[in-house]
Design a protein around this ligand. Structure first.
Ligand SMILES: *Cc1c(COP(=O)(O)O)cnc(C)c1O
Length: 376
């Protein structure tokens, strides 16, 4: 049994995949070929956003967005410590300071009430951590839609607007999810998603995209994506990146997009079956009534994590831990000077959480076997 089965999906798109790839091989526009623009238009429509800019990865999508906002030294960007490293890595990479805010124990997403307090603290000149620079300027918030479940954007947006901050949605796990009739990737001022193979919509390599409605910022991101280009290839108006998506990956995504809605539906079914079977004895991620998760991961919280993972292993069922160590305790952020106890909810969840096999093609019998091993 596999943690995420990509082969089952591949069998369903084999013919269209071959056709799409052959088309790319015959036109030969491997960089910025027509598939890129076709994909951008389709993705923007899908998410209900004016602009989609495809790029090299989810990490680069976050980076492009922050670069468009001119984030740099002296800036504070608020985010959750319970996420993949990339969310906060890009803040530090630009010389700005990540200010961590603890999570809600039920959704595992950033706690909007604590966000308000954290912004007020930085605004009043309080240091966000022992190692953080003095006098930081609050600039923006990066909520993460963890495991595919959108954060609380109404509350976050209100707090952000009151403080003149941008909201950059880290939708790297939530492509396809919904929040109050809006799609993920349309829930903040900008959004970044990832097409890493294991994400809800994945390509066969690295890929990502930025989503936004603002025309001027979209043009700026398009420029930064290709070395800060101006009116032509050898006119450079700003410092940028080699942040393009390969045409081949766009071709793969165009094929997968045809299956995507059906897969989202399947994901709801698989999640529902896990929920029914496990809700009694375990803490599961709460997806609010007004949201639909893209279920990038199915997470379970238990005081007996190691024992359960052991039982799964014995039954030849893979398990994984997302995430064993919150970001404020990672060596990469040691300069911030955080210590254990700074974000107790994130720490407690990280100590007890694990994820079980989850994909749209998980067979009922396999799922029964997993459930049986977990309940053991
Ligand atoms: C996967 C992921 C990223 C990074 O995406 P890549 O495409 O791997 O660069 C960023 N944030 C979160 C929350 C992710 O899960």
């Amino acid at each position: 049994m596999q943690f995420i089965d990509l082969k089952a999906q591949q069998a369903l798109i084999e013919t269209s995949l071959k056709k799409r790839i052959e088309t790319v091989l015959s036109h030969g526009k491997y960089i910025m070929g027509p598939e890129i623009f076709e994909l951008e238009e389709k993705l923007a429509n899908y998410c209900g956003v004016k602009h989609c800019v495809c790029c090299s990865s989810g990490t680069d999508a976050l980076l492009l967005a922050l670069m468009a906002y001119d984030i740099g030294p002296g800036d504070a960007v608020f985010t959750t410590p319970f996420t993949f490293i990339a969310t906060a890595e890009v803040i530090s990479l630009l010389g700005a300071t990540p200010v961590f805010v603890d999570i809600n124990p039920e959704t595992f997403n950033i706690d909007a009430g604590k966000l308000q307090q954290a912004i007020a603290d930085v605004t009043s000149g309080k240091k966000s951590s022992p190692g953080a620079p003095e006098g930081l300027k609050p600039r923006g918030v990066i909520p993460v839609d963890i495991f595919g479940c959108p954060a609380e954007y109404d509350t976050i947006g209100k707090v952000a607007r009151e403080n003149n901050l941008f909201v950059l949605e880290d939708a790297c796990q939530s492509f396809g999810a919904r929040y109050k009739n809006k799609r993920a990737c349309s829930l903040g001022d900008m959004a970044a998603t990832s097409f890493f193979p294991a994400k809800p919509l994945g390509c066969y390599g690295d890929g990502g995209a930025v989503f936004l409605n603002d025309d001027a910022l979209s043009e700026k991101i398009t420029s930064i994506r290709i070395h800060g280009q101006g009116s032509n290839k050898y006119d450079n108006v700003r410092i940028g990146l080699n942040g393009r998506m390969d045409t081949m990956q766009a071709a793969v995504l165009l094929c997968k997009l045809d299956l995507f809605d059906k897969e989202l539906e399947n994901r709801q079914g698989v999640a529902h079956r896990y929920g029914e079977a496990l809700s009694g004895g375990f803490t599961l991620q709460t997806v609010p009534e007004h949201s639909m998760s893209a279920w990038a991961q199915y997470a379970i919280v238990s005081d007996n994590r190691d024992e359960i993972i052991g039982k799964l292993k014995a039954a030849n069922i893979p398990a994984a831990i997302y995430y064993p160590k919150p970001l404020h305790l990672q060596d990469a952020f040691s300069l911030l000077g955080h210590t254990k106890g700074d974000f107790p909810v994130s720490e407690s969840i990280a100590d007890r959480i694990f994820s079980v096999p989850f994909h749209p093609y998980l067979e009922k019998e396999d799922q029964q076997r997993i459930i049986k091993a977990i309940r053991g």
